[in-house]
Each structure stands twice: as structure tokens, then as C-alpha cells.
Ligand binder design. Structure first.
Ligand SMILES: C[S@@+](CC[C@H](N)C(=O)[O-])C[C@H]1O[C@@H](n2cnc3c(N)ncnc32)[C@H](O)[C@@H]1O
Ligand SMILES: [Zn+2]
Length: 608
């Protein structure tokens, strides 16, 4: 009895949203993944799931209304024949044929509704909208599945998979612990998610992929398991790969090269999206991103998956290579595809290039090539605003309310049609000048007739449709009034400043220089969630001296010797593995140690 009680002391109940799970406080047990700072990830997913359900209902209703209207039109035309009858005269027979044609046309239209390619793509619609079925492919403790099941009433079922026996046992225990509402909806399975998804094609309205590190090995099966119009949610925590200096590793996993730029976390999002699209295209499917977030130490994308052989042909127009200057911060996008219109028909063709000369027109240095990246929009503004509104209306339901509202607010103010961004501090560092305030710089861009916005990815980042010539001209004008020290004649700054500006920059304050949120002093960026935050090491992996550089030898020794105090057990992880300087990630050898860490959750002596 004493033994059992002693053992129970190792466990605690963690509550997140409506879910409660039992975890082992001892890191040495290290058996089932649980990372508390991922509450942001789970809250955002719950919010998006709610938006998805609402949009799905709206779309279904709109389709049904359209179908009903069309059918009414047909019946009216049938009954409005001579004498208002549907007799069997030759004339009426003719009309029936016409009506039949009309009905067929209407049926085709309503069953294969396709409007704006990326908004409401084509798919067959059943009259009754079935309750959504969710798949959490990598469930670990089951926390996320339990939240979905308990917090979103209308779900039909949540299938929770894990390949690890200890995880699925913990998951089952946690489901039980959450009572009937969880038990009646969640179906846990011990299985390889890839096999399960391949053998359940188009069966899930929502598929959630939340792996350790890279999601790349799950993408091919995940895109096949999503129902038409369904939602795929996917996390990647391998920022060292997606943004790292070892581009070949990124290329082998995702099919793209990262480039070195301040925008690298946004580029990571766009590399992941391009990779998902490429997997989807193999099955005549394509994606429509609704929200793409760079948060804390990871990225997460929310994309809808549709089927259309025709739309798949347009993919090259949504992808671009990135030319990044090795001297200054200038970068340029080279789209892979274009359309040609001939005799009223639109054809897809490869783009004409290159879009840049051999040498950067600002500083004279060469370009490196990155990508292909997803260069079409990464968010759907309507979804972003709906999600933000819905979250605000249910403040108490989101433990990470402040974080997710700040991220969504910043995203809602981004220029959605402008891929990537630059940092004002960095471009000032290029010419070695003091930085104008963001408001002054934004004003100069706006006064020159261009758009500018911030980005949720980086508090110092700026997105604009102003060409680089204009940006450098603004800096040249700034330097005229804020002179810089003499620089070596072969420096990047000298090259940039040696040209006279063609544009007379106007720094007088423009009304739109502050975003709405800035003007209202709404918080757009929050500090890190906790002292030792970051990705966690893979569950079950032994902590070895290899991790010493990341954890600090003291912590490693205490953990290895099993002498960790509760505070020490929160293993110190490095902060964001790709730091603010961009592209400066650890190499592949170091990669495992920057991945997620689980806390223990070993079998309990007694069932709760
Ligand atoms: C990062 S954890 C998931 C965390 C969870 N989604 C949450 O929100 O707490 C990743 C999980 O994926 C599981 N896993 C890894 N490969 C798998 C596979 N091929 N099939 C199913 N599960 C797998 C691991 O056992 C681990 O529990
Ligand atoms: Zn340059």
C-alpha cells in the first residue's frame, strides 16, 4: 500500500482546456510525450477546428440552397408549359427533354460546384452533412484528442493513433480518466499512422499530424486520408532543417532548398506547404492554405485538401524559387509557372526567367537559389478573421488566449499576397546607418505609393510590394540626412550608397503607417512562454552526454543519475534553434537533441 502511494507521488494531473491527463513528473521515466508549451499549438488547433466546422456548414448550406434553387427553376419550367400541364403530347415530350437537360445541367453544376479555384473548389455534396470525423495520427498522451472530443460537441469521432505501446496505453488511460464524453468519442489504436492513413483514403474530415521534428514521412499518406474539402493540420519542429545551413537535408526531406534570410521561418512555412502540395498533386489533389503559423519554436500549417486534375495543373503558378543576394538583403522570387491566353483559352506554361541579372543591381554580389517555396497566399483572411472573432467570443475556453489572439491579430494585418519579408534593422546594417523608426520607414514606403505591413513571424519584419530599387532609394535618401562613416570601398554599403536615388523619399508621417492593432495598442507579440521553453526530446530517448551542449552538463548529470529535483526535471532546452540571426541553425548531427522532449507517463499501479 505504501509502495503504491509512493508511486502515485510521481504522478500529477495536468489540466488543459477541458482535458485532464495524468503525467509522470519524473523526466527519467521519459516514456510519453507531453510538452506544456504546446498549449499554443493545441489551442490554435481547437480554434481552427471550430472555424472549419462552421465554414463547412456554411458551404454545405450554400450548396444545398443553390441545388434547391436550381431544382425549383426546373420544376417551374416543367409546370409552366401550355395549360400548365405535363401531358404527354409531342410538344410536352420535347419540353420534358429540355427540362431533363436543364435538370442534368443543374445537377452537374450543383454536384460539381466550382467557383473561384482556391476558395470553393469542386466536390460532390451529399444532402445530409455528416458530423466531422477527426484523425489524430500521432497522439502520444491523447491530450489533443481529448480536447477535441470534449471541447467540440459536434464531432462524430476522434481516432487517436500512436505507434508506441506505452503511449497508447497512457492515451487509453487518459481517455478513461476523462469520462464518458471522451470514451464515447475517442477510438485509440496502436498502429503505424502511415499504414492506417493509407488504408483509410479520404475518410477523415480533419487529419492532425504533430510529430517529433519533421512531418515529411507522414505527408504522403496524410494527404490521401483527408476527405475532399477536409482540413489537414501539420506541425514541423525541425526548424534546424527547414532553416538550416545544411540545405541538402531540407531538400531530401521536403524537396526544397532554404536560403539564408531574416524571413527563414516564413520560408520554412512555405517549404512545408510546397512539400504538402507536391505530395497531394501525386493523387490529383491540391491544397488551399487557410492559416500558417510560425509560433514559439515550431511551425504549423492548416490546409484544406481538394481533388481536381485541372487545378493540379496550376500548381507551378503557386510555387517560386527565391534568389537571395549573398551581399545585401535583397531577394527576388521566380515563379515556376505562368498562364498564356490564346483564342479565349487559358493555358499553363513554364515561366520566363531568370528574373534577376547575374549580379545584384544594388550591391553587385551574386545570388544563391532557394526553394521552390509556396508563393501563393499562406492564409485565408476570412478564416483568420472568423477564427479571431470566435476565439474572442470564447475567451475562457482557451488557456493560451493571449498568445493565440496576438498571433491571429498580427496575421490578420499581414499583406497576404506578399511572400517573405525583410528586417529594417538588417537593411540598415547593410548600409551601416542608424535605423529610421518603423513608422518613418513605413511612411516613406506608403508615400511612394506602395503597401507595407508587419509579419507575425518576426517583430522587426516588414512585408511590402515595393521593389528593392525603391527600398534602397529610401535608404539612400535617409543616409543623405543621417550620414554614415566612411566604409571600405569594396563593401556592400559603399556599393549601395554609391548610386544616386531616383526617388525622392518622403518621410512625413502617413496615416496608415501604424497597423490598426498598433494604433489601438493591442499586443501583437508576446514574450516566450516559460523559462526553459522549446521543442522536447523524442519520448523514450535516453539523455546522453551528446545533449550536454544543449542541456548543460549539470542537468545532464543530475538526470542521468536520477537525482533531478522537480525544477531540474524541466530539462533546459535551447531557445529557438534557429535564432533571430536567421539560417544559423544547428547541423543535422545536433538535430535530434533539439527535438521534443517528453515528460514521463509510465503505467500506474492503479487505474484512475
Ligand atoms: C510529438 S508526439 C505527439 C504529441 C501530441 N500530438 C500532443 O499534442 O501532445 C509524437 C508521437 O508520435 C508517435 N509516432 C511516431 N511515429 C509514429 C508512427 N509512424 N505512427 C504513429 N505514431 C507515431 C510517437 O510515439 C509520439 O508519441
Ligand atoms: Zn545585393
Amino acid at each position: 500500500m505504501e509502495d503504491v502511494e509512493n508511486k502515485l507521488k510521481d504522478y500529477e494531473i495536468v489540466r488543459e482546456g477541458e482535458a485532464e491527463i495524468i503525467i509522470n513528473k519524473k523526466i527519467a521515466a521519459n516514456e510519453v510525450f507531453y510538452n506544456p508549451v504546446q498549449v499554443h499549438n493545441r489551442d490554435m488547433s481547437v480554434a481552427l477546428l471550430r472555424t472549419f466546422i462552421a465554414k463547412r456548414e456554411e458551404e454545405h448550406k450554400a450548396m444545398m440552397d443553390k441545388r434547391d434553387k436550381a431544382h425549383n427553376k426546373v420544376s417551374q419550367s416543367k409546370s409552366s408549359g401550355p395549360n400548365g400541364e405535363n401531358g404527354s403530347t409531342g410538344q410536352h415530350d420535347e419540353m420534358d427533354v429540355d427540362a431533363e437537360k436543364e435538370t442534368n445541367k443543374v445537377a452537374d453544376e450543383t454536384e460539381d460546384l466550382s467557383t473561384e479555384a482556391t476558395k470553393t473548389p469542386s466536390r460532390k455534396v451529399a444532402r445530409e452533412l455528416k458530423a466531422p470525423v477527426v484523425l489524430e495520427a500521432l497522439a502520444a498522451s491523447g491530450l489533443r484528442s481529448i480536447r477535441y472530443a470534449r471541447e467540440i460537441d459536434v464531432l462524430e469521432k476522434v481516432v487517436a493513433l500512436d505507434i508506441d505501446k506505452a503511449c497508447i496505453e497512457a492515451c487509453k488511460r487518459n481517455i478513461k480518466f476523462n469520462g464518458a464524453s471522451a470514451m464515447s468519442k475517442i477510438e485509440p489504436h496502436l498502429t503505424d499512422a502511415r499504414v492506417y492513413m493509407l488504408t483509410h483514403p479520404k475518410e477523415f474530415d480533419v487529419v492532425d499530424i504533430d510529430p517529433y521534428g519533421a512531418p515529411s514521412i507522414f505527408l504522403d499518406s496524410a494527404v490521401q486520408a483527408v476527405a475532399d474539402g477536409g482540413l489537414l493540420m501539420c506541425t514541423a519542429t525541425d526548424m534546424a532543417v527547414l532553416c538550416g545551413p545544411n540545405g541538402e537535408v531540407c531538400h531530401s526531406k521536403y524537396g526544397s532548398y532554404p536560403t539564408k534570410g531574416k524571413y527563414n521561418h516564413e520560408m520554412a512555412l512555405r517549404i512545408l506547404l510546397a512539400s504538402i502540395e507536391s505530395h497531394a498533386n501525386r493523387y490529383k489533389r491540391y491544397i488551399v492554405p487557410v492559416l500558417s503559423v510560425s509560433m514559439d519554436f515550431y511551425i504549423r500549417v492548416f490546409v484544406r485538401v481538394f481533388t481536381s486534375a485541372n487545378e493540379v495543373k496550376k500548381t507551378p503558378q503557386k510555387l517560386s524559387y527565391v534568389y537571395q543576394c549573398v551581399g545585401c538583403d535583397s531577394f527576388h522570387l521566380q515563379c515556376l509557372g505562368r498562364t498564356i491566353t490564346k483564342n479565349n483559352s487559358v493555358k499553363n506554361a513554364p515561366a520566363i526567367g531568370p528574373v534577376v541579372p547575374q549580379e545584384c543591381s544594388a550591391c553587385g554580389k551574386k545570388f544563391t537559389i532557394g526553394g521552390p517555396i509556396w508563393s501563393a497566399p499562406i492564409h485565408d483572411q476570412e478564416w483568420v478573421v472568423s477564427t479571431l472573432t470566435e476565439v474572442k467570443s470564447m475567451k475562457d475556453r482557451y488557456p493560451a488566449y493571449d498568445k493565440i489572439t496576438s498571433v491571429l491579430t498580427t496575421i490578420s494585418e499581414e499583406l497576404h499576397d506578399i511572400p517573405l519579408f525583410f528586417s529594417l534593422h538588417n537593411i540598415c546594417a547593410n548600409v551601416k546607418c542608424t535605423s529610421p523608426s518603423a513608422v518613418l520607414f513605413r511612411s516613406a514606403v506608403l508615400n511612394a505609393g506602395y503597401r507595407i505591413s508587419s509579419t507575425h513571424v518576426n517583430p522587426l519584419g516588414l512585408k511590402t510590394d515595393a521593389p528593392w530599387d525603391v527600398i534602397w532609394d529610401i535608404m539612400r535618401c535617409w543616409v543623405k540626412n543621417h550620414p554614415v562613416k566612411e566604409q571600405p570601398h569594396d563593401s556592400v554599403g559603399t556599393a549601395i550608397l554609391s548610386k544616386s536615388p531616383k526617388l525622392e523619399a518622403n518621410f512625413s508621417r502617413a496615416a496608415a503607417a501604424l497597423s490598426r492593432a498598433q494604433a489601438k495598442k493591442v499586443k501583437r507579440f508576446l514574450p516566450n512562454p516559460e523559462r526553459h521553453w522549446g521543442p522536447k526530446i523524442r519520448a523514450g530517448r535516453k539523455i546522453t552526454s551528446k545533449h550536454a551542449s544543449l542541456l548543460g552538463p549539470d542537468v545532464v548529470n543530475r538526470v542521468i543519475n536520477g537525482a533531478a529535483s522537480t525544477e531540474d526535471e524541466k530539462v533546459a532546452e535551447p531557445n529557438n534553434p534557429t535564432t533571430e540571426t536567421g539560417g544559423d541553425a544547428t547541423n543535422e548531427e545536433d538535430e535530434p537533441s533539439t527535438k521534443r522532449q517528453k515528460n514521463g507517463d509510465v503505467g500506474l499501479a492503479t487505474e484512475p
